[in-house]
Every structure is written in C-alpha cells, then in structure tokens.
Design a protein around this ligand. Sequence first.
Ligand code: AMP
Ligand code: ZN
Length: 460
Amino acid sequence: MPVTLFDSLTRSLQQLRPSQPDGVYRFYNCGPTVYAPAHIGNFRTFVVNDLLRRVLELEFGPDKVKHVRNITDVDDKTIRRSREEARPLAEVTQKWTDKFHADCDALNCLRPHVEPTATGHIPEQVGMIAELLQKGHAYATGDGSVYFKVGSFPGYGALSRVKERELQVGSALAHKPQTADADEKEDGSDFALWKAWKPEDGDVKWPGPAGAAAGRPGWHIECSAMSRKHLGETIDLHTGGEDLLFPHHENEIAQTECCTGHAFALHWYHSKHLMVDGAKMSKSLGNLYTLDDLQAKGFSPMALRYALLSGHPRKQLNFTIDSLHAAEKVLATLRTFRAALSPTGGDAAALEPVFAALCDDLNTPAALGALLTVVNRGPVGVSLASFDRVLFALGLKLDAPVAPAAEAPAEVKDLAAQRWAAKQAKNWAEADRLRGSITALGWAMLDSKTDYKLEPAKKG
Ligand code: AMP
Ligand code: ZN
C-alpha cells in the first residue's frame, strides 16, 4: 500500500519512494542532546519516528530502509552539565546516552542502523566547514569562530518560509546581532559553524579548519556532516520535532546544499509537540515527566507508547495521567484478544483499515480506532499473523510486564528502611504505621526473612 506523508517543504502529502537505484530508503532523524534524561515530549517525537521506520519497513522491506539518528554529545548544555558535575564531558554524555537507549528499548523503539555522535565526527564537520569557507559561503571572525553567510545561499528560507515571515513581521531575520557574542557577525541571520574555544569550555576543544581557532562545531553542521557521511549527498527523508524546522533544518539545508550543489532531503517531516495537562512542559510547572516518573507511578512503558500514539502526529497532543490508565486497559484488552486468536487461518482483510490509516500520513487515531473496531467485534476469523503485523507496525509489545521494576523515590526508601528497623526491634505498632505511610505513597513493601523489596502498589 503506498505510504503518503505530509512534507513540510512543499506543504503537501507526498508518496514516499526510495530515490536511489539500490531501492534503499534513506532516513535521517535528528537525535537527542544527551545531558539529562529525555522527557516524554522527546519520546513522542522518537516514538512517531519509530512508527515511521516500522511503516517504511513494512512498505519497502526490512533491509531496504536505512535509518540514521545522531547523538548530540557536545553543545552548551552538555558542557555546562559536565562543568556542574566536575566530570569529563564524555562520561556525562555516555551516562545519558545509555539512559536514552534503555528508555528507547523499554518503549520498543527499533535501534537506528547507525547512531553517529557529534564528537565522533569532528573531521567530517571540520572538512565541511573548510569546504564552505573555500566556496565563499562562510567566513572566520576575529576570535577564530566561523559563520555561515546566509545571504550567500539564495534558497535560504524555503523550508520555514522565514523570508516571507520577515516581510510580514520584520522580526525573524532581524539584521542585527542577536546574541552578545555575535558582535562580529556580518549579518544577524548568519549562524555559527565553528565556535572558538572559551574558558568555560574547559578541555573541550579540537583543532579547527584552516583560518579558525581551536574550538568545537556548531550544532547544525553536525547533522549535515553525519547525514552526508552515512546516507550520502541526497537523502529520502529528514525528520524531527516541530521546533527543529527553524533554524536547525533550514541551516542544515543551507550548509549541505552549498557544499554538494544537490538537494539535501527530498522529504521533510515534523511532528508536533506534546503538551502536559494543557501546558508546555517545564520543570517549574512540575509537569515535566520522564519515563521513570511514570514507571514509579506504576505505569508500563507500553502504556506510554500507546498514549503517545493516540493523537495524530501532526497535531499537538495533550498528555494526561488519565490517558495512561485508559492505555493500560486497552493493552489488557488487546492481550486477551490476541490470546483468543486461532494460530492458523483467519482473514487478514479485517485489519487492512489499520494499515490503510497508518499509510495515510501516519493517521494513528484512525488506525487505533480501526483496530479497536475489529477487537470489539471479537476474535473469530481474524488472522493471528495479521494481528501481529499490526502490533509490529505500532510497536506494541503485549508481553511487556504491566508493572515493571521501578525505583522507589528516596522518601519511600527512607520509610522502608525505618519500617525494617522497627520490625527488627519488634516495634510492631511503629512498623504498621510506617507501612501505612508507604502504602499512601503508592508503594508496597514485600518482606522476606532476611530482606525486603519495594514494588509499586497494585492498582485497583
Ligand atoms: P533535544 O534532545 O532537545 O535535541 O530534542 C530531541 C527531540 O525531541 C527533537 O526532535 C525535538 O524536536 C523533540 N521535542 C522536544 N520537546 C518536545 C515536546 N514537548 N514534544 C515533542 N517533541 C519534543
Ligand atoms: Zn539535526
């Protein structure tokens, strides 16, 4: 079934097709910045990209999709975190890369075929910056940084229509320096390709291109260089969350096309952001959740995956804890339904509307609606193989534990230690009182003779 997907460049639905003679569909997805745990908004984007990868595999074949997703392991945030923790940058970024992988695995996201890191591709980035300098698309400033000359690329703004916006509101491309350290830029819209070393960068620096100081690459050049290295000069699809459209992707196009002279990506896709309880997620509002936070409340990663898929990827999705309760119920229904399917026979046609919806611009609400219609009609005549194909497409693993091992918060661990001590001292009243406090916080303490463990309390 042909797959169509909204293309942010042409602003229209386009059919996806591999452009190269080898039939391999080349797909680049901007990856995480690894300085903290990814939040569930980040995971909305990564789950939608995983869905896309799965749909592409079903359409073109599992060995005909090449998926690259980078790791941003050097930038202001990662450097700041390494300084705050007084630990080497590589140690900090490895820790958060490992956590990202663990969360992605729990959410059943397929690993990309290549996961390049920015620090592992310094020569490629320096090489591209040198090419841009040599072709007159970039210039070095007095401090040894290098900037891309936006005015040298006539195609600038095609993706974000930023020039149209500038004409309308006069702000997006303000012709004045936009940051304190940008005084030397020739034009306010020029952006950094290479950032000369500053004392706050500590020992994070590499030799720059000829004519530049030692320093580190800017963020945008990393994706241009890694995409070119691992997927070639023209790729089939480039994706990210909506915030990446401008300036990140606009700048990637400018850098790559000025180097190669070819179109960078034939298709651009941006999924919309996740909101929580109707607001933008932020630490100060207390509505920023990680996967661990939700697991600590007793929810399974699959419930989060289901909830993240429940809204159309091109519409903002409002996340609520209630949506996880609902998702757990649906997963239980799907599990029961699957158990009732006959291992042989049955009709694959019943589930075709699910695939049709996914192939139509990843319309997940329609796909899940179609799935539940089939489930509500009952298992008779539905083929197990086609049901498993649907589960693969959606990435739903029904055998995942419903209440996975989650770490109790410090407060609960503390109460548990006090209760254990009270029990050892045969102070039963105190031990019971403490058990009550632990239960009130949503945890159960399971005792053996010599030890105890904490589990999220079972939901009623
Ligand atoms: P970052 O680690 O900040 O580079 O972000 C990784 C990915 O998460 C990018 O594709 C962002 O567009 C995406 N992202 C960030 N915030 C949200 C959000 N609230 N909802 C959905 N995606 C997001
Ligand atoms: Zn990127």
